[in-house]
Ligand binder design. Structure first.
Ligand code: SF4
Length: 257
């Protein structure tokens, strides 16, 4: 990872703030936390005040319009999901992710101080079910949920929740990525979702190019061996205008940013 800098905790003589992470200069440089950074050790975000439960006044909806995210987009404009609005779900990075994630220290959430992360208060799935059913009524021709802008499937029960939602709501489509290995218990449950709902569910596996369901992070565009995300090179505006992740049976690549 030649372009990334590791930021070590620095104890200032004045007793001032510990500068454990620094926004790197220049584009496409990952913010890599030190191995002993508390967020790395404790499996949490570096922005703890952005993590809230669903009853917090700052949380208006659990599923947020993709309009709020430049790289996601408000609606799909091409392909078989054309015309469907997009919503996003953001959980807490690392807290919900497997420690095996290859980007554990360099998670792009390290550079997202304003993203509102949801914590499961024990009722998150209940709240999500209400919102999904309301969206299914409002958009009977279909709507898309991007899982998870940050975070991951945190239990097999939670994967089972999405299975139930897909089974109950024909209008629901989901896409996203997981850092769980296909061979793991949670990864296996996600893979089964991909197969059982192949026309409405496309969760890709990070760090692999297997099964046409892979996604890889590469250091430079010149290293590409598969298909580079066109939104990263501004060849398309956003996921809504692209759709490769849920239509293509090839591995998608992202340049580390
Ligand atoms: S390849 Fe397309 S759908 Fe996938 S993340 Fe990039 S813009 Fe979104």
């Amino acid at each position: 990872m030649p372009e990334a800098r590791v930021h070590k905790p620095r104890h200032l003589p004045s007793g001032g703030p510990l500068r454990r992470h620094v926004k790197p200069k220049g584009a496409r440089r990952a913010i890599v936390l030190a191995a002993d950074h508390p967020a790395v050790v404790e499996a949490r975000t570096i922005f703890p005040t952005t993590v809230n439960e669903q009853d917090h006044p700052r949380v208006k909806n659990l599923l947020t319009s993709g309009h709020n995210s430049r790289k996601i987009g408000k609606a799909v404009t091409k392909g078989r999901w054309r015309g469907m609005p997009i919503f996003t779900l953001t959980l807490e990075e690392r807290a919900t992710c497997p420690r095996s994630c290859k980007e554990w220290r360099s998670c792009y959430g390290n550079g997202m101080p304003y993203a509102q992360r949801l914590r499961d208060d024990g009722w998150l799935m209940t709240g999500l079910a209400f919102e999904i059913e309301a969206l299914a009524e409002r958009h009977p021709a279909g709507f898309v949920v991007r899982l998870h802008v940050l975070g991951d499937f945190y239990s097999t029960e939670y994967v089972g929740f999405w299975r139930l939602m897909l089974a109950r709501n024909d209008a629901l489509r989901i896409f996203g990525f997981t850092a769980h290995a296909m061979e793991s218990e949670i990864g296996g449950a996600v893979l089964a979702l991909d197969f059982d709902f192949h026309d409405r569910c496309r969760i890709r596996f990070s760090g692999t190019d297997e099964e046409g369901l892979g996604s890889l992070v590469i250091d430079h565009a010149a290293d590409s061996q598969h298909v580079l995300c066109p939104a990263q090179s501004d060849a398309t505006e956003c996921c809504g205008t692209c759709g490769l992740c849920w239509t293509m049976n090839r591995t998608v690549e992202f340049v580390r940013h």
